[in-house]
Design a binder for this molecule. Structure first.
Ligand code: ZN
Ligand code: ZN
Length: 358
């Protein structure tokens, strides 16, 4: 009996060793890799919006603070078959590529303001939309100053584009399609103005308050009776509440003053006054979650979704801390956004369908 047990154990060890050696053999590794490639390539393109749908995909819900779980500010709006990108924070292109979003369908980029966390990945968006098959220059809308930003990225990435056309051929990567083109949005005396009105989609720019980064805009999208508003970076803003009136979804930034104060105090205690000073300054031009909930109530939006979340939230306890006090102001219709959250609004009804691409 004992001998049989030892023999069985020995057999098991030999089989495991043989399996381990086989798994590490080049033909098996090549087969495993081929399978992984085929599996990845067989994944479908995500369903962002049907012909009569408006949807929002959070492609970056973080801020300038380093965060492994949240990319820099990025919100993708899909209206039927067309895509519009609001801001291009760090990692936004990477997120969109990982989720197999058809980047060649991005019809335009809309920049809210020129803080680095909102424009840092414009060069990559320029390259990746072109690489995916964009056949014409990419319009980039934004406040006055957008010409300077777009010209800078075009210049910085010109050598790269030249190499790639030379390498892959002009038929695949036409040099006359690669550029971004600045479309300056200058608001009149009013707080909001139409930027684009075509194919049933209306985009409105809304002046928000983010001094000294001024002017700064939020954007409202209306399509087939449904609507989404993206706040951009702003202190609590009555004009935004008015312009967001009755929207289905308000994607609003949020900064927890208590949590930021804790970080500031920690930095002071750690003898890091430079960083402490920065954390002292930033709450002044952002909106607390409770204030954002008040704005959402005032605007009578159906769903408030937090994005551009400050600070980083390492775990459920921090998420609860971030949202503390919100339910007293707004018991329902609040979501803490995360990278990959997709919300679809079918035309002609009130539904909000949810998916997660991450
Ligand atoms: Zn900002
Ligand atoms: Zn920002």
């Amino acid at each position: 009996m004992k001998r049989a047990l030892i023999a069985a154990l020995a057999c098991a060890v030999v089989l495991l060793a043989a399996g381990w050696i086989a798994l590490r053999s080049p033909p098996v590794e090549a087969w495993l890799f081929r399978r992984a490639v085929l599996h990845t390539l067989a994944q479908p393109v995500p369903r962002l919006a049907d012909a009569n749908e408006l949807s929002v995909l959070l492609c970056g819900t973080g801020s300038p603070l380093p965060d492994k779980t949240r990319g820099g500010p990025c919100t993708l709006i899909a209206a039927g078959g067309r895509l519009y990108l609001v801001d291009a924070g760090i990692d936004s292109a990477r997120n969109l590529l990982l989720w197999r979003v058809p980047l060649q369908k991005i019809a335009a980029v809309l920049i809210t303001h020129f803080h680095s966390d909102h424009i840092g990945e414009l060069g990559e968006i320029r390259l990746q939309t072109w690489g995916a098959g964009r056949a014409a220059p990419l319009p980039v809308y934004g406040p006055p100053g957008i010409e300077q930003v777009v010209a800078g990225f075009n210049q910085a990435y010109a050598l790269d584009a030249g190499y790639r056309t030379k390498h892959h051929g002009a038929a695949l990567l036409p040099p006359d399609a690669v550029a971004m083109v600045a479309r300056t949005v200058t608001l009149g005396p009013g707080p909001a103005q139409t930027v684009l009105d075509e194919g049933g989609l209306k985009i409105t720019a809304i002046r928000v308050h983010h001094d000294p980064a001024t002017p700064a805009y939020g954007y409202r999208f209306d399509f087939d009776g449904r609507s989404i508003v993206v706040s951009g970076d702003t202190a609590p803003d009555e004009d935004l509440a008015r312009a967001a009136k009755g929207a289905d979804i308000l994607v609003h930034e949020g900064l927890s003053p208590e949590m930021v104060a804790t970080i500031r105090n920690g930095l002071t205690a750690a003898g890091r006054p430079r960083q402490a000073k920065i954390f002292h300054d930033i709450p002044g031009y952002h909106t607390s979650p409770v204030a954002a909930a008040r704005i959402a109530n005032e605007a009578q939006v159906r769903l408030l979704v937090f994005s551009h979340i400050i600070p980083m939230l390492p775990g459920a306890f921090a998420e609860r801390l971030f949202l503390r006090g919100v339910d007293a102001v707004r018991p329902d219709g609040v979501r803490l956004g995360h990278d990959g959250l997709l919300l679809r609004l079918p035309g002609g009804n009130q539904a909000i369908e949810e998916d997660d691409l991450d």
